[in-house]
Design a protein around this ligand. Sequence first.
Ligand code: SAH
Length: 219
Amino acid sequence: MNSASRKGIGMTSERTRRRLIDRLRSEGISNSRVLEAIAATPRHLFLDEALGSHAYDDTALPIGFNQTISQPYVVAIMTEAILHPGCHKVLEIGTGSGYQAAVLARLVDTVYTVERIRPLLDAAVERFQKLDIRNVYCRHRDGFEGLPEHAPYDGILVTAAPAEIPQALLAQLGEGGRLVIPVGDRYAQDLRVITRHGDEFEERRLERVRFVPMLDGLS
Ligand code: SAH
């Protein structure tokens, strides 16, 4: 590619990124820190080059192994939902491309993220290195067990859908911590936000979403 066309892509990407932010705002995303974090995260670098021209469309896209990078609108509502004044340490279940973790990394001190598919995890680690993101720690784990050795978390964000809320994740939430999780069957789920107050868990439902299923075991 010559330098002129490379520059062309750069300009397009800046304009299309801006357009994405305007769209998210019009869809009701009002937290300016979340919008800024999305604007600053180069989604095209979390996708196969062939899909680059769609990187700033507000849609989920394939990342291989039957998995998808989440739709930016869904990343935005989940990120808005998890943030609270004491939110410094977050666990993500389902690293996938690493995009959601990269957005979170701009908003909290530390992000732990677990993924069950080894090659996806390895590719995400490489992206974090390339982008010089140093506060995301990746582990090859089954997210149904959470990541007990670094618990408690101020927030746990789940980007694959279980049929029911895994108890291990509730147990790893700290006081005032929030679990943001899609719960349902493989066709549609309710996005739920569960906040811990001592031994009580308060639940709020956001909207209907569609995530890939949360699966048992490593691969
Ligand atoms: N957050 C990702 C979305 C990836 S899609 C992104 O921003 O790109 C959901 C991911 O969850 C997939 O990569 C899938 O392999 C992973 N996943 C599904 N079940 C899991 C489990 N039990 N433990 C860990 N990861 C899981």
